[in-house]
Design a protein around this ligand. Sequence first.
Ligand code: PLP
Length: 491
Amino acid sequence: MLRPWTINLAERVGIARDAPLYMQIAHALIHEIQRGRLLPGAFLPSSRELASILGVNRKTIVVAYEELIAQGWLATSATRGTIVSTSLPEAQEPLPSVNRLPDRTGVAAPEYPFLAPPDRPLAVPSGSWMKLDEGVPDGRLFPADLLARAYRVAAQNASRENRLHYRDPRGTPKLRKSIADMLRSQRGLMVTEENICITRGSQMAIFLAARILIKPGDAVLVERLTYEPAVAAFRACGAVIVPVNLDEDGVDVVDVERQCRAHRVRAIFVTPHHQFPTTVSMRPERRLRLLDLARQFAFAVIEDDYDHEFHFGSQPLLPMASYAPARTIYVGSLSKLLVPALRLGYIAAPREVIETLAYQVSLSDGMGNTLTEDAAAELIETGEVRRHVRKTAQIYAARRDAFAHSLRQEMGGLVDFEVPEGGLAFWLRFRDIAALDRLEARAPSVGLSFASSHSFAAAPDAERGLRIGFASLTEEEAREGLRVLHECATS
Ligand SMILES: Cc1ncc(COP(=O)(O)O)c(C=O)c1O
């Protein structure tokens, strides 16, 4: 006899098409039991009957039943054939769909008090024809063969030395030492591996810094135009975000002092080398005054030095962490130096801070990917990273100049900009904000994507502009992107 639930069963089979058919049928039966449509003790049809209802081979049903009997969902009774196990509790509630959040009306579903804010959609890559990024390297220039070789060496060494186990949450000794050596010799930070914690990208580093610094209600200062994912991480840890002014010399330290007098400030987040998004470098007198204020008001400086190596024309500026290590949580990344896909970032900080951070790593991540870490260390130690940076810095310097040229040609009448001394992006200020509005409204329809001009604003009245990366595109690609940008702004 065709029972009502068999119809549902037929509907559910085929949902997970890549699972074996017997497993799909077993899952469909479990679903019916959980929904309370198949009660404990209820008969199941004979394997022949169900096979004919579902149009499958009888053997498939036999295997599905055997599997469910082995798992305790079904039982056999000598007289009654196959039944739903009588030791199961009767289902009380209909199950919520896996694709929907639990319906809070009436169903005793878990609460999710930390649901993602609805105004912050998940950052999944767009399928657009052309993406103008915010300043990432050209992955096509990445030495993939060298990395593959470094992975082989890392895997062979780790296996031979019996190190393929759970390891130090601070990261592998080899990468921590390589990073410490690099920071000491090239950026003037007085650090050893004891001062380094490896993270999965600098975003994780920023989040971990927020976790160990912020108590709910503490103020975190950010520049009025800033890196939004950092702001989101601070907010997620309970921070009250206080925007401070910014000009062409970096953060406005007078405003910082004013805010310190008005709030209990726990930290300031800055990108002093190449301000995100405006690209300006913070001048030395501002840096020193900011550090004075950090001492006076006992707040930490989170220094995000995300694209340190790419400074054109002069040597990169020394990080604040090189002259104020006790006040600074220094965040770095291999995402620009190599590629974001490696997910390698790090924090340099006093040893006790590193140990506190490592505790947080152990809670959420256990430890990093030791093979990737050792492979990256191999590339640093063998000098490949230096060679890669030297080569790409030349290419990016040429792309920057060509981009400036194309910008003047394609967008000259519409935007003002400075050619950045460092970093991998331009900051474009629109003379007429209506042109920016038009551009942002039209770009999706022609398949062009870029970060919204609203995404950098930490203060509601912050200036709007576009941050457009020049490094990941060839000169022709960039020119084409800018031509379409102009078309969208003017048509
Ligand atoms: C200012 C800034 N900080 C941090 C990051 C995060 O980089 P990652 O997590 O890949 O190291 C980025 C990425 O673009 C960035 O622009």
